[in-house]
Design a protein. Structure first.
Length: 383
């Protein structure tokens, strides 16, 4: 019960005193941020506490969007060891993060923008060092609730250009006009000073739960399954060489692919043992097979039937697809940005070109559910 919270009761008492914004900012904002600040996936707070204040006219509520420095190349810079201080942030799984916060009526969007670290509490607790912020005021019930009701959860599957996709989104945001946003929940996507759907970058990648009551939608990138499989193998062998993964009999993907293809003289048992090691190694970053990451074909069918797949990007066209995604849920000004690399390895291309027809067919049988899922996404119009 949000109304039984002592911190929120204190905020309610402050409202009755009608403080100036300067007095509230200097005397209360930082200490009250721990209970007034909300973010994904907490739609309950927006509906149960913020909305009654907004409708009664006793407070004003804002969305504060903070982001990595615009010059940062990687969307994950804030999480990297040795990152510069300006890039460090506890919410750095995404290139930006959005928060809701309420203030007395005396505070305007300009007031919140000028002192947003106080209103978010970062000035005292130092959980984020980002300096770039944008502020939007919620003026209606729809503006306040709709974005939080249907957040977009971005699922990052390894070796599928997810980092490039996020970095491209960050590049697009950093070059967009702060005053223009697209209402991602509206049917016509008109440009307005509204929030788009807040994007939640998952700290882990559990399969989508499309039967949940919280109506989250999902976005993710896909890649040709065989090309991705070879890329994962390259990554695994590199880590095995330096002792961070279980060493195997194999020294390159071609050897393993040949044995899995059951070629004459191959050791299929040894190949399957290596494949099990690969699965254990890959699980923290996502499953080897797309089907496992998405919960299988039937789970994908349920998500599609319930309208829970917001966007699917192609690793092979990641720059264009990131621009298409951002034009729907970001700013309208997406032109003039640089094409980002996709980290495709020359070794992966050579391995793919050297696979024989029999081995190619065997591996496509092994990855058949991945190909079926991609075909279903194409049929539904998502690819």
């Amino acid at each position: 019960d949000v109304h039984a919270d002592a911190c929120l009761q204190r905020f309610a008492r402050v409202l009755t005193e009608h403080p100036t914004c300067d007095a509230y900012r200097d005397g209360f904002a930082s200490s009250l941020a721990r209970c007034l600040l909300w973010t994904l996936p907490d739609v309950h707070f927006a509906a149960a506490f913020a909305l009654p204040l907004l409708e009664a006219g006793s407070a004003r509520c804002f969305e504060v969007e903070i982001a990595l420095p615009g010059s940062t190349a990687s969307a994950y810079q804030g999480l990297k060891r040795g990152a510069d201080d300006g890039s460090k942030c506890l919410v750095a799984g995404c290139p930006w993060a959005r928060f809701g916060v309420c203030t007395p009526r005396s505070c305007s969007a300009d007031d919140v923008l000028a002192a947003w670290p106080k209103f978010l509490g970062t000035d005292e607790r130092s959980w984020c060092n980002w300096k770039d912020a944008r502020v939007f005021e919620y003026r209606t019930r729809k503006e306040l609730l709709e974005p939080w009701r249907r957040p977009i959860k971005f699922l990052h599957f390894s070796r599928s250009s997810g980092t490039t996709f996020k970095s491209k989104l960050h590049q697009l945001r950093s070059r967009s006009s702060p005053g223009e946003r697209r209402g991602g929940f509206s049917s016509d996507h008109v440009v307005a000073t509204l929030s788009g759907n807040p994007m939640l970058c998952m700290p882990s990648n559990p399969p989508p739960s499309c039967h949940e009551q919280v109506v989250a939608t999902y976005a993710f990138t896909v890649r040709d399954p065989l090309s991705r499989f070879v890329s994962i193998l390259h990554h695994y062998f590199e880590w095995a060489e330096i002792g961070y993964a279980q060493k195997t009999h194999y020294r390159n993907p071609r050897q393993l692919l040949a044995d899995l293809g059951d070629a004459p003289g191959s050791d299929l048992g040894l190949a399957w043992s290596a494949l099990q090691d690969l699965h254990r190694f890959s699980q923290p970053e996502g499953e080897v097979q797309l089907a496992d990451s998405l919960g299988g074909m039937w789970n994908v069918m349920e998500c599609l039937d319930r309208g829970r797949v917001a966007f699917v990007a192609r690793a092979e066209h990641v720059n264009a697809d990131a621009e298409a995604f951002y034009s729907l849920w970001g700013s309208s000004n997406e032109s003039g940005t640089d094409k980002l690399h996709t980290n495709y390895r020359e070794g992966s291309r050579k391995d793919l070109s050297s696979i024989g027809a029999q081995e190619m067919l065997a591996h496509r049988h092994f990855l058949v559910e991945d190909y079926l899922i991609i075909a279903r996404l194409v049929w539904s119009g998502h690819l």
